[in-house]
Structures are given as structure tokens and as C-alpha cells.
Design a protein around this ligand. Structure first.
Ligand SMILES: *Cc1c(COP(=O)(O)O)cnc(C)c1O
Length: 413
């Protein structure tokens, strides 16, 4: 790519020094690529050596609208000067408009604001259980939630309790009971797992961490039908798939499915602050009573001001249209690589999972070659790399990205 300094031949002193400091004093719960970002703008980041990289991870889709998006920065700056934190012990004048417009964007009635994605998932689980006991009439303590194999919903002890990723789970027990996992994409298996104690089905409409796994087109409509018929809530975790990434507002829109609860996070905070939310109707969100659930930072005025601007940007539809159009271009470019070091390409909008032929190398090796060429991307599950550039990326940059991937794969062959 056209970085300002040639990659590979330049110095690494500042990078090595920064990484040494991190290694000495940070818990080693990540294995980052050896690049130290110092600044960013739009789809590009610049490292401490002055090298530029096209950011094709976009903080796992938290930076959908680009780094330093002027509209979002302006909303944040204006709010910084007014008030940033009140707690929910008092009202604040940003939270109401944020909740009203976010609910309207998704055609729902109510919003429960939180901070991180994992908190939105935890809130959805608590809501489903309370709804099950108070509305559906499930036996006390028996509520059951159905999830899918290969899921990723976050890192809390309850959430990892229903993960099948041993790395994420081992040595963190005892685990929270009340979850049943079925194969992803198999509506018959899901239906067979429902019984009188089932309160909810919790799914990613497209599984992100699993490698951008898109289910068969009839799957989500059937899940919707079955959950409606059996009086079970359908909770869609749109934390990574939502908010423009797949060329629509939420990826359930791709198959015209409306779940009972949407879980949102990541891009809802515009890449500036952590903002998450559960969005649904009064029949479910209305079960919560004062004192039963909360968060010190959830719904704070700074978060609400940024989240409101994100909602308004999505309301115009321009980001969804752009992700759809540029995503089609990216997909065409990537599909031409099948048989040339790539075995499969999956995705929707500007979100692609690419399986690298194991004979060529690992996902990590490809990501290292991409980094040397000025592209940042992340591998998952050994042989898959995931591309999710900021939606502000240009058509020329998409073409350069595909060329760079070809070069990175050729370097390994
Ligand atoms: C990232 C993610 C989460 C967790 O979000 P955090 O903000 O990291 O807690 C939950 N669900 C999905 C689908 C995600 O991609």
C-alpha cells in the first residue's frame, strides 16, 4: 500500500521500545501484531515510526465510521464542555433523545443503555430470565436459554459458561448453568432443544469471531417462526454485525427478520467511548423494576451524545449503502483468489472471512505479511483472516487491499 515510509526497510527502534514497556507491565491476555499505533484518521492509522497502515479490522467493527470521524468528534467535544457523567441517580438531557431515536431506528419502543458488549449480553440474559418467570410463567430457577456452537458473546464468567472455545473457558469455572448449545445454522436442532423452561434463543445473526460465518438464508426466518410459535424470546447479538457493517442497519434486516431484542455495542460508541444497549419492546424491557439492574456509567451524557450522533448518521442510510456497494467490490476481488491460496470467502457488506489454504500458511502469517505491506488485519481460528475496514474506505483502497492480499499470499507460496 502507499504508506509514507517504506515498510520493511525502515527502523523499528521506537516500536521495539514501546512493545518492551507493554510486555513488562501488561497482562498477556492478547498477542498483538508488532505495530504501535500513535494516531489515526479515516481508514488509516500511523505508527510510532511514521508508517501508515490501512486499518482492515476497525477495532472489530467499533470504528465503522472511521477514525476521528468529524461529526462524532464534534458531538463528543461539545458534550465534553457541558457534562460527561451524572449516574442514573439523576436524569440527563442527552439520554432521552438517544433512547428515543435509537429505538425508532430499529422500530422498537425501549432502550436499556450499558457500556460494553458483554454487559449488553448479560442484560439480555437477565431480561429474558425475568420475562420468563414473570410473564411466561417458567418454574422458579429453571429458565433455559438456547445458544449456538461456535458463539462469541463476550468474556464474563456467565458468557464464557456457554462458549465452546476451550481457550476462553478452561480454568475459569465453575460455570453458570441454564444454557444449552446447538449447532449453528440448524433450525431443526434448535427447535428440538426448546421445552417449557426455554425463555430465549440467543444468536449472532452472522457469527463474527467464528470467522464471519453466514447461516443458510432460511435459518433466521425459521428461528423467528419457531420462537414466536413456542413463546420464546429471540435475542439477536448484533454487537459486531450491526450498525451498517453488513450494508443494512442490523444484519437481521438482510433476511427481513425482527427479533424481540437487539444487542448493540461496538460501533454504537463511534470508536470514542464504550456504548452498548439492549433494544426491544415494552413487553420485555418493561419487566425491569427500579433497583433490579444498572450501571454507573451506562447512559452517561457523553456516551448518549456520541450514540445519538451515530444513530443520526445511520438514519440517513448513507453508510449502509456505502458498505453494501464497497462490500460487493471487495467480495468480487476476493472471490477471484479462490484456488490461489484462498479456499473460501464468506461475508456480507464490508465484512469478510477468508480461509487461507493451510498449505500456504496460517492466518497469522498472512496478517504479518499484510502488516509489512501496510495493511492491518486479524486472524481467527488458525487459518481464517477477517476483513472489516472502516466504511469510509474508498474504492481505490479496496482494490489496493485485494492486490496487497495477493502479494502477501504469494510471498508465502
Ligand atoms: C465483541 C462482541 C461482544 C462483546 O463486546 P465487548 O465490548 O468486547 O464486551 C459480544 N458479542 C459479539 C457478537 C461481539 O462481537
Amino acid at each position: 500500500m502507499h504508506g509514507s515510509t517504506q515498510h520493511g526497510t525502515s527502523t523499528h527502534a521506537a516500536t521495539d521500545a514501546a512493545i518492551a514497556v507493554e510486555d513488562a507491565s501488561l497482562a498477556h491476555n492478547y498477542h498483538p501484531l508488532p505495530v504501535v499505533v500513535a494516531s489515526a484518521e479515516g481508514a488509516w492509522v500511523t505508527d510510532v515510526e511514521g508508517r501508515r497502515y490501512l486499518d482492515c479490522l476497525a477495532a472489530y467493527s467499533a470504528v465503522n465510521f472511521g477514525h476521528g470521524n468529524p461529526r462524532l468528534l464534534e458531538a463528543a467535544r461539545a458534550q465534553l464542555d457541558r457534562v460527561t457523567l451524572t449516574s442514573r441517580a439523576f436524569h440527563n438531557d442527552r439520554l432521552g433523545p438517544f433512547a428515543e431515536e435509537l429505538a425508532a431506528l430499529l422500530g422498537k419502543e425501549m432502550v436499556l443503555p450499558m457500556n460494553t458488549g458483554a454487559e449488553a449480553v448479560e442484560s439480555g440474559i437477565k431480561l429474558a430470565r425475568a420475562w420468563g418467570y414473570r410473564v411466561k410463567g417458567v418454574r422458579p430457577g429453571a429458565a433455559k436459554i438456547i445458544v449456538a456452537n461456535g458463539n462469541f458473546h463476550g468474556r464474563t464468567t456467565t458468557i464464557i459458561s456457554f462458549s465452546d472455545d476451550e481457550e476462553a473457558r478452561a480454568d475459569f469455572g465453575p460455570y453458570t448453568p441454564g444454557f444449552v448449545s446447538v449447532p449453528y445454522g440448524d433450525a431443526d436442532a434448535l427447535e428440538a432443544a426448546i421445552d417449557d423452561d426455554t425463555v430465549a434463543v440467543l444468536l449472532e445473526p452472522i457469527q463474527g469471531e467464528a470467522g464471519v460465518v453466514v447461516p443458510p438464508v432460511e435459518y433466521l426466518p425459521r428461528v423467528r417462526q419457531v420462537t414466536r410459535d413456542r413463546n420464546v424470546l429471540f435475542i439477536a447479538d448484533e454487537i459486531q454485525s450491526g450498525l451498517g457493517r453488513t450494508g443494512v442497519t442490523v444484519s437481521c434486516d438482510l433476511v427481513d427478520v425482527v427479533p424481540d431484542l437487539y444487542l448493540l455495542g461496538k460501533a454504537l460508541g463511534g470508536g470514542i467511548v464504550p456504548v452498548s444497549a439492549v433494544v426491544g419492546d415494552r413487553d420485555v424491557l418493561g419487566v425491569l423494576r427500579p433497583g433490579e439492574h444498572g450501571s454507573t456509567f451506562g447512559g452517561n451524557p457523553l456516551a448518549a451524545a456520541v450514540g445519538l450522533e451515530v444513530v443520526r448518521m445511520l438514519a440517513s442510510g448513507e453508510y449502509q449503502e456505502r458498505a453494501s456497494r464497497l462490500g460487493a467490490r471487495l467480495r468480487t476481488g476476493l472471490e477471484a483468489l479462490i484456488g490461489h491460496g484462498v479456499t473460501e470467502v464468506r461475508g456480507a457488506g464490508l465484512w469478510m472471512g477468508i480461509d487461507i489454504d493451510p498449505a500456504v500458511g496460517s492466518g497469522r502469517q498472512v496478517c504479518e505479511r499484510l502488516m509489512e505491506r501496510g495493511v492491518l488485519a486479524k486472524d481467527t481460528h488458525g487459518s481464517t483472516i477477517r476483513l472489516a475496514p472502516p466504511i469510509v474506505i474508498s474504492e481505490d483502497e479496496i482494490d489496493d487491499l485485494v492486490d496487497t492480499l495477493v502479494s502477501a499470499i504469494d510471498d508465502l507460496r
